[in-house]
Structures are given as C-alpha cells and as structure tokens.
Design a protein around this ligand. Structure first.
Ligand SMILES: Cc1cc2nc3c(=O)[nH]c(=O)nc-3n(C[C@H](O)[C@H](O)[C@H](O)COP(=O)(O)O)c2cc1C
Length: 442
C-alpha cells in the first residue's frame, strides 16, 4: 500500500537534486573525482548586483563626443624603475602554455598589443610567440617553477609572483597527460603524456618575511627595473593584501572564486574561496590602512565580462582588472559553431567542461597539431582587440555619465546595490536607502 497522496505530484529534493544524484552515481561508478576547467558555476553575488546612479542635478555628466575620459593606468609605480603604462585598465590574465596552444598565446599577445594593454605568461614558461607578439608581457613566477628561466625574467616587462588563484586558493595546478606534447614536456622538463601536478606552494619560502627576500632577489636579477606583482586567490583579502604590500609588492593581483582555471577538482572550484565582489573592499581597505591605495596598484579578476564590470571594479577601488575566460571566448573558445564536436566530448558549447581534455574543437585549449591549426592567431588577435576596445568604451561611457573625466575617478558613491548581500560585500547602499548591512570588520 502506498502512503503517497496520488493527487500531489512526486517532489524531488532540493538537497539531492538531479545533478547531485548524477555526481554520486558517477563517483560510485568510477572512483575518481571530477576534474574540469573554468571558474565556479554556482551563482554568487557579483557585479550584476550593483548599479551605477549616473548624473542628475547633484552631478554633472560629461559629453561623450566632446569631453575626454582618460582610461590609461600606470602599474608598478612603487619601486620599479620601469613601471608599465597601459592605455586601458583591462589586462590579460596569466594562462599557461600547455593549457593553451601556442597559437592561442600568440593571439592573446597580438590582441593585447593592439589594444595597448599587457598579457601574461602562466605555468610552464614563456613562449617565443607570446614574447614576440606582446608589447607588454608579465612573466609569472609560480610554485612549480615549470619553465622558469632567469633569462625570461629579464625578457619580461613585469614579474608576477603567483601565490594562488581564485578558482583554487591553496591548491596546485593540473595538466593532464594528453596535453603534454613534446614541446610542453621540454619546456617543463617533464615526461611527455603523463599527468602533471603543479605545486601549491613555493619551494623556497613559507611566509611574508621569506617572500620579501625572494622579491629582493627578483629585483636584483632584473636590476630593479620590472614591477613585481603578487597574485593571490580570494581567501583572506585584507591580510593577504597587507602582507603582499609588506613583502614589497608593486602591484597586488586579487582573483576571486569566479576566476577561471584550466583544470582542477570541481569540488575545489565550487567550495573554496570568496566571490570576487567580496574581495575588493577588504583589499582596498588594507591598502588604505597602510597609506598605499593607488601607490601599490590593485588588479582584480574573476568573472569580468563587460565594461560595466570593469567600471564597477574600478569604482570599488581597483586600479585595473584582468580577464581570462572572456578573452578565450573573444578569440573563439566554446563557440556554438563547434557544438557538434563539443557534444562528442560529452559537453556543450558554453559549459567550458572540455578545457582539461586537450581536444578543444576551437584549437585553443589543446596541443593537438591538427586542432591547433583551426585558430588563426592574427584573426583571433583582432577579435580580442575589438572586444577590449568595446569594454573600454563601455566603461568610459559609464564614467562620463557619472561625471568623471577619468575611469579611475569612479568611486563607491557612484554605486548602489540590488541585494543585501551585494550591499554588504561592496559596502555600498542598498538601492533606495542610505544603508548597507554591517560595518567593515574583516
Ligand atoms: C585556461 C586557463 C589557464 C590558466 N592558467 C593560469 C596559470 O598558469 N597561472 C595563473 O596564475 N592563473 C591561471 N589561470 C587563471 C587566470 O590567470 C585568472 O586568474 C582567471 O582566469 C580570471 O578569471 P576569469 O577567467 O573569470 O577572467 C588560468 C585560467 C584559465 C582560464
């Protein structure tokens, strides 16, 4: 006899939803955890939850066609003899050669150069294509030291010491064997075709005091010319920013949990770290408390997609942003035109569940020589440059509407929040009120 009332439809559990059940079955069948690329897929408070107020009687807007609005930024003004001048505050984030094809790295360099901004190496070292095609190239110094080469430190325009990433703060990197071609293996000094893990912490320092010494070494080897960035995942942004400044950083790069990765455990991506929106104000507060806001520049990344996102990050106190996922989409990644092939990989265009596999039909996250040929780096570079231009214009439009003749004059006062969560995280008033929950207390 059934106790279920036949007049009420069966009800599925919100806790044990279809996705969760499928994951339990997959884990039970295979005994292996799920690895994938991209950032968190869950919905977390984000820039979408903020709005600009624009000008009214109390604020005077600028006229778009006649009045200038400066978008440039200088990074590395604290100690470096040669700070970096960028025409737009939108930079290209570090993405490894290995995760990406040589053509994709070249396309990123070409696009960034046309737009007047920088691009960044990644785990696994610097390729000639990207150095050759990037006017301004930031060289990552990572825990793995894969591809690390003192000559390349000197060939770079800035150095980014990677402590962590937003997708996996505290975790190391992964590159599956199918992406370890002869060239990738040679650059990393590793065997071909075997899954590889990148360390989660640097081998030669354990805390800020040692990091300070490391940074001095990097400055000496590069004649104090290059700005030194420190990149951290969004975990404890107030203290991490303060410690990065103490250790001698010229620039702090802060990557929130929406930040993409080429590959890591899904459980990590979805359950560790803080949303990008929640990271910015504590980091800015740390810089202000140390009298270093705008002296040590702050680059924010993790889920930046549009000029509005850029303008919001800047209004909250960032000096620049970095983009990874959006740059890959701009050059052609996960394009629906390859849908049939994505389906053969068991995914769909727009899910970004193929990045770790090395079989990217778009020729971007692969080392397969045939697939790689599908990406024309010149065309892809132009697409990225167009996208960067549009984002810059969008941010500029918003700044003018708020009455500012510089993007960097945007301020929290220009913003309101649509939700209590966003109001608390961004510390801007809930729309229609002069109030936000809580008070700074990180
Ligand atoms: C394919 C791919 C490879 C990446 N490789 C690296 C890397 O080698 N080093 C690193 O610090 N971050 C790496 N990242 C993270 C980016 O530098 C950046 O923090 C992140 O992509 C920003 O978030 P977004 O993708 O939402 O723009 C990678 C991201 C992607 C998508």
């Amino acid at each position: 006899m059934s106790y279920h009332n036949p007049n009420t439809p069966p009800r599925k559990s919100a806790t044990f939803d279809d996705y969760t059940l499928a994951e339990i079955r997959r884990a039970a069948a295979t005994g292996i955890y799920d690895i994938r690329g991209a950032g968190t897929k869950r919905k977390v408070p984000h820039f979408d939850d903020l709005l600009f107020l624009g000008a009214s009687i109390s604020r005077y807007p600028l006229e778009g066609y006649r009045e200038k609005c400066d978008t440039s930024v200088v990074l590395g003004t604290r100690f470096a003899k040669k700070p970096i001048y960028l025409k737009t505050p939108i930079t290209i984030a570090g993405m490894s050669f290995g995760a990406l094809s040589g053509n994709a790295k070249e396309a990123l360099g070409r696009g960034a150069t046309i737009a007047g901004t920088s691009t960044t190496t990644g785990d696994g070292g610097m390729t000639d294509e990207e150095r050759g095609h990037s006017q301004t190239l930031v060289y990552q110094y990572l825990p793995s030291r894969y591809g690390m080469n003192p000559k390349d430190l000197r060939r770079a325009d800035a150095i980014e010491v990677v402590v962590g990433q937003g997708a996996k703060p505290g975790g190391g990197g992964m590159l599956l064997g199918q992406k370890i071609s002869d060239r990738v293996a040679a650059m990393r000094n590793l065997p071909k075709g075997i899954d590889q893990r990148s360390a989660c912490r640097h081998p030669d320092w354990t805390g800020p005091d040692d990091l300070e010494i490391k940074i001095l070494e990097l400055r000496e080897i590069t004649n104090w010319e290059k700005p030194i960035y420190i990149k951290v995942g969004g975990a404890r942004p107030y203290y991490d920013t303060a410690l990065a400044v103490k250790a001698g950083a010229d620039v702090v790069v802060l990557d929130g949990m929406q930040g993409g990765t080429a590959a890591t455990q899904d459980v990590f991506i979805e359950n560790v770290g803080m949303p990008t929106l929640a990271c910015i104000r504590p980091a800015v507060q740390a810089l202000q408390d140390l009298g270093m806001h705008r002296k040590v520049q702050l680059i924010i990344s993790g889920g930046i997609r549009s000029g509005a996102d850029v303008a919001k990050a800047l209004a909250l106190g960032a000096d620049a942003v970095a983009i990874g996922t959006a740059a890959l989409v701009a050059i052609g990644d996960n394009d629906p035109k390859w849908e049939e092939e994505y389906q053969k990989l068991g995914t769909t265009a727009g899910a970004y569940d193929d990045w770790h596999e090395g079989k990217d039909p778009a020729g971007i996250t692969t080392q397969d020589p045939e697939l790689m040929k599908r990406l024309d780096p010149v065309l892809a570079g132009r697409r990225l440059a167009n996208y960067l231009k549009v984002m810059t214009l969008e941010a500029q439009t918003i700044a003018r509407a708020c009455g500012h003749n510089r993007l960097h004059n945007l301020e929290p006062e220009d913003l309101v929040a649509l939700t209590m969560e966003a109001a608390a995280m961004a510390q801007v008033p809930l729309a229609g009120t002069n109030w936000y929950p809580g008070k700074a207390g990180f």
